[in-house]
Design a protein around this ligand. Structure first.
Ligand SMILES: CC(=O)SCCNC(=O)CCNC(=O)[C@H](O)C(C)(C)COP(=O)(O)OP(=O)(O)OC[C@H]1O[C@@H](n2cnc3c(N)ncnc32)[C@H](O)[C@@H]1OP(=O)(O)O
Ligand SMILES: CC(=O)C(=O)O
Length: 529
């Protein structure tokens, strides 16, 4: 088992992604999540860039980290400034970290045309900067910016840049595919050549994802001898992002003979990813390998049948290894194996071959054809099963409802009137709401709470509407409404479809209330034994 160090730059390179802006508090929270997961190095900011990063390094001094080493990032000294007078280097020292990472030019074209200095001066800038930082007691990781492009253009010079960093006392030389434009075989070949030519110093890899090879290139470098991988936990970063560490860690640790994080921590991969996404205010792509919501979600009836018989028939790993979960999605492509579990929740005696199983599948496919989609609305599907099996009795009957919107002065009000019959009693209520559905929800609850006080515990937490185009369901302009409701212990989702948004919302609202009342009834029956 070879140890490969993990270097996370979510808080530095990840913060260079469009749409990401961490507050100091966010940075501390991400640092703590990465530390708890066992990341070796956290590049947490660029103190020469902005006061926020400097403030972060000041405040983080009082945060106890159990595993990770913090790293402050900056560039080599400016071309005509001595290191001790370079403002960026002074800020780096102020950050007070044991480790600093310094990026320097290793592509001759960048030296002459971007920083506009001589090739010799750039080598001096690298060496001087590192010697200065070493003299101040720092451990330095050298990021050879554009190393692979530089090596392809002028291998001797690119290697000279690495040697300057080595002579300056670098602990690790990181080869960067800054523009993300290399193929894995190039990364592999060049990494091997660097290792042969530079001897015993530790090599790292920093890959970008512009060709979709961020993960593949990082793995190619590790297989060629790199012992440190830089990336961002969820692949955030400038342009197409950085190499995605959550994928690299799982790939190398579960499929190859490398240890990247302590073994017992791998099961925290998914929860750590979700914490970081939440703080970053970015939704994780459902299809992200290992940690995405769909990574172990099965929809095809034959796949579900296979997984139920032997999980590895359609899963490359057990989801528990990375803290994710298996899910079976209900839909028109479901077979009997998929829905049997749902049916048995209602009636344990029903078998795969029972007539009811086939009948319920037919009903499911019919409803999906009308525009329903049950993969996200299992509560409504439970009601479909109950209705089919005759295990459903309405808790109330609707006499009528009426919803109106009015401008009064300059303000828009929605009002709903609901008349229902419960146990032979008629209840007529009226309520105002923020919108028509909210008004309807309020009026219905007021009408029912007298009979079913447990409804006071539940509330609506999400409401989504989707307009269905004709070709999707063979009918013109229907709307699909999904309502998520919750009480103190559970949340559940219901669905309604109609050509009228109010009617679709009503259907989903009624299902949401009936589902809650059924659960309460079942609980009471269970309590009575
Ligand atoms: C590949 C990477 O991700 S590298 C990191 C990139 N990240 C960032 O740029 C985010 C943080 N950057 C910043 O906050 C700002 O760019 C600062 C504060 C660092 C600098 O701001 P400014 O002084 O206004 O310079 P500006 O950003 O316009 O230009 C960059 C300067 O750095 C110089 N420079 C670029 N790379 C290097 C290097 N490796 N070593 C020394 N100087 C460098 C450029 O030549 C240019 O100098 P010039 O002003 O003499 O032309
Ligand atoms: C250092 C760095 O972020 C890069 O070269 O991409």
């Amino acid at each position: 088992m070879i140890k490969v160090e993990v270097f996370d730059t979510t808080l530095r390179d990840g913060a260079q992604a469009r749409g990401i802006s961490f507050s100091v508090k966010d940075k501390i929270a991400v640092t703590q999540a990465l530390d708890a997961f066992g990341i070796d190095y956290i590049e947490a900011g660029n103190p020469g860039s902005n006061p926020k990063d400097l403030e972060f390094f000041e405040l983080v001094k009082s945060v106890e980290l159990k595993h990770s080493k913090l790293v402050a990032f900056g560039s080599t000294r400016r071309k005509d400034v001595a290191p001790e007078e370079d403002q960026n280097l002074i800020s780096l020292l102020q950050a007070g970290t044991e480790y600093v990472s310094i990026f320097g030019k290793s592509w001759d074209f960048h030296v002459t045309d971007i920083i506009k200095t001589t090739l010799e001066n750039n080598l001096e800038m690298i060496k001087d900067t590192l010697l200065f930082l070493k003299s101040k007691g720092k451990k330095v990781i050298f990021d050879a910016e554009h190393f692979f492009d530089g090596y392809k253009n002028n291998p001797e010079y690119a290697l000279e840049a690495l040697k300057a960093a080595k002579d300056g006392g670098a602990e690790i030389l990181t080869l960067c595919d800054t523009n993300g434009g290399c193929f894995p075989e190039e990364i592999s070949r060049i990494t091997k050549e660097v290792k042969e030519k530079l001897g015993d110093i530790k090599i790292g890899i920093h890959a970008h994802n512009d060709m979709g090879f961020g993960v593949a290139n990082s793995i190619a470098a590790v297989e060629a001898g790199a012992l440190q991988v830089q990336g961002t936990f969820l692949g955030y970063g400038e342009r197409c992002g950085n190499a995605n560490l959550s994928t690299i860690i799982a790939n190398l640790q579960l499929k190859k003979d490398y240890e990247l994080v302590p073994r017992e921590k791998l099961g925290l991969l998914t929860s750590t990813a979700r914490i970081i996404a939440e703080i970053s205010n970015i939704t994780i792509e459902d299809s992200m390998p290992y940690i995405g919501k769909n990574a172990f979600a099965h929809k095809g009836g034959m796949h579900i049948d296979g997984v139920s018989k032997a999980s590895h028939s359609f899963e490359h790993i057990n989801p528990e290894l990375v803290g994710n979960e298996r899910e079976f999605l209900l839909s028109e492509v479901s077979g009997r194996s998929t829905i049997l579990e749902e049916i048995r929740r209602v009636d344990k005696d029903i078998q795969r071959d029972s007539e009811a199983t086939a009948g319920i599948i037919e009903r499911l496919k019919e409803l999906e054809y009308q525009g329903y989609q049950f993969e996200g609305a299992k509560a409504t599907f439970e009601l479909v099963i109950r209705k089919y099996l005759g295990k459903y009795k309405p808790f109330f009957d609707l006499v009528y409802f009426d919803v109106k919107g009015n401008y009064i002065g300059k303000k828009y009000y929605s009002t709903a009137v609901v008349k229902v019959k419960v146990k032979d009693q008629i209840e007529l209520t009226v309520a105002e709401g923020d919108g028509p559905v909210n008004a309807l929800d309020q009026a219905l609850r007021i009408a029912l709470e007298r009979f079913y006080p447990e409804l006071k515990e539940m509330h609506l937490i999400d409401y989504k509407v989707r307009v269905l185009k004709g070709e999707e369901n063979a009918t013109a302009s229907k709307v699909r409404v999904l309502i998520e409701s919750a009480d103190a212990k559970n949340s559940w989702t219901t669905i309604g479809v109609s050509t009228d948004i109010i009617e679709a919302s009503w259907i989903a609202l009624v299902d949401s209330i009936e589902y809650k009342l059924i659960q309460e009834t079942l609980k009471r029956l269970e309590d009575f034994g």
